[in-house]
Design a protein around this ligand. Structure first.
Ligand code: PGA
Length: 251
């Protein structure tokens, strides 16, 4: 049985004071939960705050992006080793907002994936189609191309220490969740594609669903056979909502 994982993606939200209350609420809410894993991916400036509040707890932390370079004259960029300095476990790679708003290609996403793993960080590698792509019937083709940027390039073994997040772009921040059946179909497709390379890795692979996961729909989504948890945006900013989603992963 795969262990479920729930990850908060704070995006560019938060301030020291509000983070303190949010993290406190999450810590208290999930303290007794033992059957799943939890993490929050926070903005870079708050990694130190996350580390000092979460160390020793059952909530891990991570970042939302990183530079593929180890160091150098890259103004504004953050190196993988800087994230490990703050004991990050995870880093989100290739989120659709990075791909869309910051023009990150599959090539860049795969370089970041490799850089993360080299530094000992677990990438949460995001894939997902836009509404136009879904309506054109090319969802699997789009997801396959995004997945292959790591699967074909680095081999299935690289996915042993990684997480995949399926996030249909049309469901992110829109309140429109993929139905459990719609999400399950793509998750099964991803697992089966990995299985073509390595059945054992595919069986153990954690595939998160992301896109308007809420307290009210989490249990149904997490109940699908190939959905191993969630990547949570908006609802991760309200401790009661995030805790309710974490609880749904217990069942
Ligand atoms: P959402 O965001 O839960 O607000 O839709 C999910 C994500 O972008 O990771």
């Amino acid at each position: 049985m795969r262990r479920k994982l729930v990850v908060g993606n704070w995006k560019m939200y938060g301030r020291l004071a509000t983070n303190q209350a949010l993290l406190q609420g999450v810590l208290e809410g999930v303290r007794e939960l033992r059957d799943a894993d939890y993490a929050v991916c926070v903005p870079y400036p708050y990694l130190s705050q996350a580390q000092s509040m979460l160390q020793g707890s059952n909530v891990a932390w991570g970042a939302q992006n990183l530079s593929p370079q180890e160091e150098g004259a890259f103004t504004g960029a953050v190196a993988p080793g800087m994230l490990t300095d703050f004991a990050c476990s995870y880093v989100i790679i290739g989120h659709s907002e990075r791909r869309g708003l910051f023009h990150e290609s599959n090539e860049i996403a795969s370089a970041k994936f490799a850089a993360a793993q080299k530094a000992g960080l677990k990438p949460i590698f995001c894939v997902g189609e836009t509404l136009v792509e879904r309506e054109s019937g090319i969802t699997e083709q789009v997801v396959a191309t995004q997945l292959d940027a790591v699967l074909v390039r680095f081999g299935a073994q690289a996915l042993k220490e990684a997480v995949i997040a399926y996030e249909p772009v049309w469901a992110i921040g829109t309140g429109k969740t993929a139905s459990p059946d719609q999400a399950q179909a793509v998750h099964a497709f991803i697992r089966q594609r990995v299985a073509q390379h390595d059945a054992q890795v595919a069986q153990g692979l954690c595939i998160l669903y992301g896109g308007s996961v809420k307290a009210g729909n989490a249990a149904e989504l997490f109940g699908m056979p190939d959905i191993d948890g969630g990547l949570i945006g908006g609802a991760s900013l309200v401790s009661d909502d995030f805790v309710a989603i974490c609880r749904a992963a217990q069942k």
